[in-house]
Design a protein around this ligand. Structure first.
Ligand code: XMP
Length: 324
């Protein structure tokens, strides 16, 4: 039974004892609350001996990399390198439509790029990087012990295995006793902006699993701009926190529309917004019809290549939250 303040000072001391006065630590950040809170704790404990890496995989949300850099580096003072590997990811994704293949390509490419950057850091330093920071939460720990399904956490654990072995890194997981709501409290106490603390979960394979056909730069651009409008309007309406997860998906089919006196034959955006407590079951969010009308008009008018907008009214089960 501890307070959050006690947890912070205890954990910082624990990290300092483990890492010692000379060692360096690396960690990947994604812009989500877990990796950011873990990075903030690490930064408080060892300052610039912590090196955060953000891999731009080309399928993040609109302006996300810039925002993460702004918050983590400028605002929180964390030593962050943004690696633009979008060409590398998009080249490997070319021609791939199968969702599991997309996931595998993105997971493997991520590990590859991250390891390369970590080795660059080690070489450039002349000092040893001995530890890898991970923002693993308590439910992730339990899940990876009790459940061997294809969940994101288990994939993450599998993936870092390579880094731990190849680079001889040791794992530090400062959040491993905490639940999500505790991590959010911690983040708020540590001065992480509300926007980031309450951010909806975003899958590692990002927009690639929200584009139902081939992932190309053009398709990413359309999906990401539609998504941005949807989320911006949700925030403006003051309902962002009522919704557990919301996004736009881009369908690989075309339909006819008219704009002015022009006949169009363009793609279709499907909007999805759900409420859930555990992400195992979920219900669709019951928007006001005026809200949907406004979002739909904005997307069709502002996003070239889209002429229709649908709203997904599928519950989970059977419909998963993501489309792929
Ligand atoms: P589904 O679509 O299975 O999603 O109802 C449940 C939750 O898991 C997220 N999700 C993923 N997260 N990598 C991730 O990091 C993935 O491959 C992945 N697939 C689904 C999804 O966004 C939702 O929060």
């Amino acid at each position: 039974n501890w307070t959050m303040e006690e947890f912070i000072s205890k954990e910082i001391k624990r990290i300092q004892t483990i890492v010692g006065p000379d060692s360096h630590v690396i960690g990947a950040v994604s812009g989500g609350v877990d990796s950011t809170v873990a990075a903030k704790l690490m930064h408080e404990a060892i300052g610039s001996r912590f090196h955060a890496i953000l891999v731009d995989n080309g399928v993040m949300r609109l302006n996300e990399c810039e925002q993460v850099l702004e918050t983590l580096n400028k605002h929180l003072g964390i030593n962050l390198t943004v690696v633009d590997a979008s060409d590398e990811f998009l080249e490997k994704l070319a021609g791939v439509e199968d969702p599991e293949k997309k996931r595998k390509i993105i997971g493997n490419t991520f590990i590859h790029v991250f390891q390369r950057e970590a080795e660059k850091l080690t070489a450039g330093h002349g000092k040893d990087i001995d530890y890898l920071l991970q923002g693993t939460l308590y439910p992730d720990v339990i899940e990876s012990i009790s459940f061997k399904g294809p969940s994101q956490t288990i994939k993450t654990h599998h993936n870092v295995g390579g880094l731990l072995d190849n680079m001889k890194l040791k794992l530090i997981e400062p959040l491993r006793e905490l639940f999500k709501d505790e991590v959010r409290k911690l983040g708020t106490i540590m001065g992480i902006p509300d926007d980031l603390v309450w951010r909806h979960p975003f899958p590692g394979p990002g927009i690639a699993i929200r584009i139902l056909g081939e992932v190309t730069r053009e398709q990413v651009d359309i999906a990401r701009r539609a998504d941005h409008i949807f989320i911006e309007e949700i925030k403006k309406a003051g309902i962002y926190r009522e919704i557990s997860q919301a996004f736009a998906a881009l369908l690989p089919i075309r339909a006819v529309g008219v704009m002015g006196d022009q006949r169009k034959y363009d793609q279709i955006i499907a909007l999805r917004a759900v409420t859930t407590t555990d992400f195992m079951t979920a219900d669709w969010y019951d928007f006001d019809s005026k809200f949907l009308k406004h979002v739909s008009n904005r997307i069709v008018n502002e996003v070239d290549g889209v002429c229709r907008v649908l709203y997904d009214v599928s519950q989970k089960p059977p419909g998963t939250i993501e489309f792929l």
